[in-house]
Every structure is written in structure tokens, then in C-alpha cells.
Design a protein around this ligand. Structure first.
Ligand code: NI
Length: 195
């Protein structure tokens, strides 16, 4: 395993559409995934996409703690009706998705702070769909299908965007919120986890 260098905004690998993976269960993919997970842990990121480590392939990894999702969704979406069944979001396990697909569930969007390991030190407010359904293959070749809400949905949209060459500033409607995290208040800083 190895900690990989992370590409920063401006490098062409972050701006291109990544290629589908022919065999999600190959040894090459397995080794890349291990390196991505080690890199993500070292960088204390909550998500990482293969193009961020200079590999233009459709692979993402992410993790969302239940405590984090509760904190975020409480701050961002207070007052919105809750489905009731998942009022206490549980941890989203460390997930690796290969060749993922995503579709919004409804048209509702919400603003929230985002940061990215490829734009170190910066954060901005980004509109994202509040609910999505996504799917993809695990490195074992299993099909994963999930519905995601709130912060979980935000993380997935951010990571999947990396596979299409899109960085979060391209999703922002108001660039005046693009900020150095060191200049933000503690609450915004806590929300702007790097992905
Ligand atoms: Ni990112």
C-alpha cells in the first residue's frame, strides 16, 4: 500500500471524463483501491475519487459517520419534513463504488458547505439534491444500490462529479461564498469536510 499524491485544481486529470473500469475485480483495481483508502485516511478526507490520485477511472470511495450526518442535516435542513423512518441516520460504511450511476429523487436541493482535497484550504456553499439513488459495483463485483439523503447524498454527488471532470466551484451559484476555511467560523469549518 502507498499514500498517493493528490492532484490539485488545474491539473487536466481533474477536468476530464474518467473511463469505465472493465473489470472491477481485477488485481489492478484492488491495489488502486487499497492505495486510495490509505491516501484518504492519511488526508483525513471523507471521500476520494480516482482522478484525484491521477487515475482517470470511474472509482470512488467515501464514508459518512452517523454523527456527522445528524449534525450536518440538522444544521442544513432544519424545518424540512422528515420521512420518519430514518430520523437517526446510521453510519454509511466505508464504501468503494466502481462505475457508479446516480439519479436525483425529486427536485429538492439544499445549500451546504463543501471542501475538496483537490482545493486545499478552501470551502464553498454548493447546491445539491437532497435525495438521490445511486448504484455501482463493489471491488468484489457485487451490485450496491442505495438511497441517500442529506449529507450522505451530498458526499456522493461531490464524489461522482469528480468522475465527470467537475469540481464543486463549478456547481456553486454564488462564488462569493468561496472562502479559505481558516477564515470561516467554527460551524462552517466543521461542515466543510474534505472530499
Ligand atoms: Ni473532492
Amino acid at each position: 500500500m502507498a499514500i498517493l499524491k493528490i492532484a490539485r485544481m488545474g491539473h487536466p486529470v481533474l477536468a476530464q471524463v474518467a473511463a469505465p473500469v472493465a473489470d472491477p475485480t481485477s488485481a489492478e483495481v484492488h491495489n488502486l483501491v487499497l492505495d486510495m483508502l490509505e491516501t484518504m485516511e492519511d488526508a483525513e478526507g471523507t471521500g476520494l475519487a480516482a482522478p484525484q490520485v491521477y487515475v482517470p477511472s470511474r472509482i470512488v470511495a467515501f464514508y459518512v459517520s452517523g454523527a456527522r450526518a445528524r449534525r450536518e442535516d440538522g444544521a442544513q435542513e432544519a424545518g424540512q419534513p422528515d420521512s420518519g423512518s430514518d430520523a437517526e441516520p446510521s453510519d454509511v460504511p466505508l464504501t468503494v463504488l466502481i462505475n457508479p450511476t446516480i439519479e436525483p429523487l425529486g427536485e429538492d436541493m439544499a445549500l451546504g458547505w463543501e471542501a475538496c482535497l483537490s482545493l486545499p484550504g478552501l470551502a464553498g456553499q454548493v447546491p445539491r439534491y437532497t435525495a438521490v439513488r445511486y448504484s455501482g459495483r463493489s471491488p468484489r463485483g457485487e451490485e450496491i444500490v442505495r438511497e441517500a439523503h442529506g449529507f450522505h447524498a451530498r458526499v456522493v454527488q461531490h464524489e461522482f462529479d469528480h468522475l465527470d471532470g467537475i469540481l464543486y466551484p463549478q456547481r456553486m451559484r454564488d462564488l462569493s461564498t468561496l472562502s479559505f476555511t481558516s477564515e470561516l467560523g467554527a460551524r462552517a469549518r466543521a461542515q466543510a469536510e474534505e472530499t
